[in-house]
Design a protein around this ligand. Structure first.
Ligand code: PLP
Length: 450
């Protein structure tokens, strides 16, 4: 395509870097999601909301490191905390004040989190939360209810289309999904349909209902396209989990930034037994956490006989704890969280009102997501119908997303190949808002072509 030819012509240094990298790394990097065709950009530096690539171009960073980059790239409060930490030492091998401070700050925002423990990633947080659910319920062979389209980390991948295959046994398993099962953590998963109460009830009753240790879900399918759970669905899962004696776990790794920064649970007042967190809470350093009911988290109290050990050299690393606490205390206040949430809603509304539903059958650009997380799709389904599982998101032609992505890069906007964007705080400033208006215009120009 013309867009690809322009991309290749203007990014020779990235191309050479990519080719050199493939000598040591399969596909040229260590995160599958960062690959796209013909090759990804090599990033050389970043400041505020701007990324610079190896060929010297500047991009408005709309990816926001899949939401971990909430603070932007050069927040002075975080930079000061980093410098101060470096001067006091990075790894103590002992408990320290910043660890307590970060824990307390998170508890203030998430009232369902009575006790919390830190990990190095969201993936690890989910591994620990599931172990806790099994131990707490005593259902060591218990099953875990998850949802099609969910992503809970590199070992919890449940793409659309996997549901029936997951249930099939032996030969019926297509090899692609058999490999996926091998990749995933070795729990017995029951894969239900998101926002579909009946699908959960059917699975649970088929199973007899007493072998379920946990229901794990994202209050918004992040990786799965930005579909929000309906409040009725979440409330139903809350009741079901109680009836089953299973733990309800909200993976708010992606959604914790929503509303006033207390995640979806604090806005809807539907509280899980355990919550998992990740991304921006470490101020840009690697981070994960799981927490919730005091009685369940007491499993990890080393003073208790038979306590579950929870290890991880870098769980309480000083840099993550100190920078993360500075960010929550002084930068990402509840007011800032609301402002960012509103900014995201404004951008979404502007794009969604570029062309109106009504011209039936036309494939349209639609932005899903919530607040500052925006996910772009090309679909014939009307926006208000998308939450219904009967109309599941269909990116009818994925090549359109590829083309959209390359065109946006050529226009100076960096977002994920699959249309995902998460806004950072630097974009709240006047200049940032102007860039977002420019983005809406670029999207509008693209939309007109199709
Ligand atoms: N859970 C959700 C909802 C996520 O979006 C992610 C990462 O994108 C994870 C878990 C995994 O977090 P991490 O990449 O820190 O392991």
């Amino acid at each position: 395509t013309e867009a690809e030819a322009r991309y290749v012509a203007t990014n020779p240094v990235s191309r050479a870097a990519y080719e050199a990298a493939t000598a040591s790394l399969p596909g040229g990097n260590t995160r599958s999601v960062l690959h796209w065709e013909p090759y990804p950009l090599w990033i050389s530096s970043a400041a505020g909301y701007t990324l610079r690539d190896a060929d010297g171009h500047a991009y408005v960073d709309l990816l926001g490191e899949y939401s971990a980059g909430l603070y932007g790239h050069s927040n002075p409060v975080l930079q000061a905390a980093i410098t101060e930490t470096v001067q006091r030492g990075l790894s103590y091998g002992g408990p320290h004040a910043a660890e307590t401070r970060l824990a307390a700050l998170i508890r203030e925002r998430f009232r369902s989190i009575e006790h919390i423990r830190f990990t190095n990633s969201g993936t690890e947080a989910n591994l620990m939360a599931l172990a806790a659910a099994k131990a707490f319920t005593g259902r060591y062979r218990g099953k875990v209810v998850v949802f099609e389209g969910a992503y809970h980390g590199g070992v919890f991948v449940f793409p659309f289309g996997c549901k029936d295959v997951w249930r099939a046994k032996g030969a019926a398993e297509k090899s692609k999904y058999a490999a996926l099962r091998a990749l995933n953590a070795p729990h017995e998963f029951l894969v239900a349909t998101y926002n579909d109460i009946a699908s959960v009830d059917a699975l649970v009753s088929e199973d007899g209902g007493d072998g379920i240790a946990a229901i794990l879900l994202e209050p918004m399918l992040g990786s799965g396209g930005g579909v929000c759970a309906t409040p009725e669905f979440l409330a139903h899962l809350r009741r079901r989990a109680d009836e089953l004696g299973a733990l309800l776990i909200f993976d708010e790794v992606m959604t914790s930034r929503m509303y006033a920064g207390g995640g979806v649970q604090s806005e809807l007042h539907i509280y899980p037994d355990l919550t998992t967190l990740g991304k921006y809470f470490g101020g840009g350093m690697s981070f994960g956490a799981f927490g919730g009911r005091r009685d369940a988290m007491a499993l990890f109290d080393p003073r208790a006989p038979g306590a579950l050990p929870h290890a991880g050299t870098f769980n309480n690393n000083v840099l993550t704890m100190n920078v993360g606490a500075a960010g929550l205390e002084n930068v990402f206040t509840p007011e800032k969280a609301r402002a960012l949430h509103e900014l995201g809603n404004e951008v979404r509304d502007k794009i969604n009102s570029l062309d109106k539903d009504g011209d039936a059958g036309k494939r349209r650009l639609r932005v899903l997501g919530c607040g500052s997380i925006l996910v772009i799709h090309f679909t014939k389904t009307r926006t208000e119908d998308i939450v219904s599982p009967a109309n599941w998101i269909v990116d009818e032609d994925p090549r359109l997303l590829d083309l959209f992505h390359l065109e946006m890069l050529n226009e100076g906007f960096y977002l994920a190949r699959r249309g995902y964007a998460s806004l950072n705080l630097a974009l709240l400033e006047h200049e940032g808002r102007k860039e977002l208006d420019r983005f809406v215009e670029a999207v509008s120009r693209f939309g007109v072509k199709f």
